[in-house]
Design a protein around this ligand. Structure first.
Ligand code: LLP
Length: 423
């Protein structure tokens, strides 16, 4: 459920007509809905009711400061994967104790930042990192809570590029090596290895892999406790999928059903739980709005060329993802849908949002919305083809604000300089 809907034939974000924002900021732009963010946060929190759970929003899915602040105000913590994201989370006002830091390649500097800001937990992904973190924490004369991120060797069944919990994936410590790693962690100074973390992938649309992975986590927790170790925190990652295709007859499971899997598998261990959802919270809360530049008729194809491109929303080019497209003004001429390829202006054939899509006839200057673009949209954008990053707008009821503006060309060039021999 989201708060983008037609009113009098015009697509609105909550109570703000999209064309009004387009006039104010130009196209393309991302538009986020506060009510949708709040709703998704609440639905997920309710699914976990009765459990001692912290929802650590995965900042990588949407790194906009205002979006993070909105979620932090609702009580969220943050899951971060770089020093930059850690700083961003702190800037958004999150309580450092509600930050978990994941990632396979944290540098010494990043670990020092994590230790010095007193974050809640570092999710360690290798023996080498365990030793690095022990050195960093000891040098800072402190102790930090550590979760070993275990790789449970479970295939999440999602897209190959975003599946993380198989043995051959680079993530986590192999499930079978975990006990010896906990024994080692317990001997190293500066570490309190009392947590287990797992994250098996993203856009997961079946609960079975979660059940399998969480069951392995439970078994490991019991095994470690049996050896006399303390395990009092579990971080179960993110990954629950969202419906991209509303016509699909196999929608992803509801958060409530996911909550049941959590209760069933680890609910009786008496652990504090952390979750790292990204997509589930922000995907449906954001859209990318573009304008049709022109229609190009070929002998076999009709191309609708829009002013947004793969650098603004890379998911179609990178994962073959399909984002539902809606004309911002409904039933313009009341014409029948015409199959069209929707493409951007970037010089790559992969700069294509859809092939043979049945869209109502669109003309130059019409606005089009790419739905479910709030997660991994703006946060994965780039300046490829020297295109400026697009503005981001946050709507709340009948108000809207530009929460990231479009940079000027001079701002884009500000970091570049010619060497003396070329000047
Ligand atoms: N925690 C960790 C350690 C992660 O690696 C991720 C996502 C999450 C949490 C959040 O997962 P979510 O709840 O959003 O599924 N760019 C891809 C998705 C990459 C996901 C990377 N890791 C896409 O656009 O589909």
């Amino acid at each position: 459920m989201h708060h983008f809907a037609y009113r009098n034939g015009i697509l609105n974000a909550e109570q703000v007509p999209i064309p009004q924002i387009a006039d104010a900021v130009g196209t393309p732009f991302y538009c986020y809905s506060t009510a949708t963010l709040a709703r998704h946060y609440k639905v997920f929190a309710e699914a976990l009711s009765g459990l001692d759970a912290t929802i650590c929003f995965a900042v990588k899915s949407n790194a906009n400061l205002a979006v993070i602040r909105t979620l932090v105000n609702l009580g969220a913590g943050c899951d971060v994967v770089s020093g930059g994201e850690l700083r961003l989370a702190l800037k958004a006002g999150v309580d450092p104790s509600k930050i978990v830091f994941s990632g396979v390649g944290k540098t010494v500097e990043e670990l020092q930042l994590a230790v010095s800001t007193g974050i809640g937990q570092v999710n360690v992904e290798s023996e080498a990192e365990l030793e690095m973190l022990s050195r960093v924490a000891t040098a800072a004369n402190t102790t930090i809570r550590v979760a070993l991120r275990v790789n449970p060797d479970v295939d999440s069944g999602g897209h190959d590029k975003i599946t993380t919990g198989r043995k051959e994936d680079k993530f986590g410590i192999e499930w079978t090596l975990a006990p010896q790693m906990y024994r080692k962690a317990n001997k190293l100074p500066g570490l309190k290895a009392t947590a287990i973390a797992v994250h098996i992938g993203s856009q997961i649309t079946n609960l079975d892999p979660f059940e399998a992975a969480f069951t392995r986590v439970r078994d490991l927790a019991l095994m470690l406790r049996n050896e006399g170790m303390t395990i009092d925190h579990l971080d179960l990652g993110g990954g629950l999928g969202v419906p991209y295709d509303h016509a699909s007859n196999s929608p992803p499971p509801l958060p409530a059903a996911y909550g049941e899997v959590v209760r069933r598998t680890v609910g009786t261990l008496g652990c504090k739980l952390a979750f790292e959802p990204g997509r589930l919270i922000v995907a449906n809360a954001g859209i990318l709005v573009a304008r049709v530049v022109l229609i190009k008729e070929g002998t076999t194809r009709r191309f609708t060329v829009v002013d947004a491109a793969m650098n603004d929303l890379v998911r179609p080019a990178m994962y073959g993802a399909l984002h539902e497209m809606l004309p911002v003004c409904e039933h313009r001429d009341g014409g029948d849908p015409l199959p069209t390829d929707v493409v951007g202006p970037v010089c790559e054939t992969s700069d294509r949002f859809a092939q043979g899509a049945d869209l109502p006839p669109l003309a130059a200057d019409d606005l089009i919305a790419f739905m479910t673009a709030g997660a991994y949209g703006a946060s994965m954008s780039s300046t490829y083809n020297a295109r400026a990053l697009v503005p981001e707008v946050l709507v709340d009821g009948d108000k809207f604000a530009v929460v990231r503006r479009r940079p000027s060309f001079d701002e884009m060039m500000a970091l570049e300089q010619l060497p003396v021999w070329l000047d």
